[in-house]
Design a protein. Sequence first.
Length: 91
Amino acid sequence: MQAISLWLAAAIVILTGWAIVKKYQVNMVLFIAGLLLNIIGVMNGATNFLPKNATATGLLLTSSNSSARSAAPRLPASVSLFLFPAVLLST
């Protein structure tokens, strides 16, 4: 199963790059690619996507918000200012 998942993930990354080059809507392309990659990860048994110091918010879909908050102090300020609105809009 992991070999198939590896090939599927590689295909998703290549198709994502192709779609961005072909000028498809970047927000939706990246959202769908990330969603598909997360589904593949969950199918392979990955259950903990959060860093060590982050706490779960209850739902797997909303945990990206906690992950972004815990990663923000290690990022430069300009990236953090972009990251928070992007994560909030995606959840």
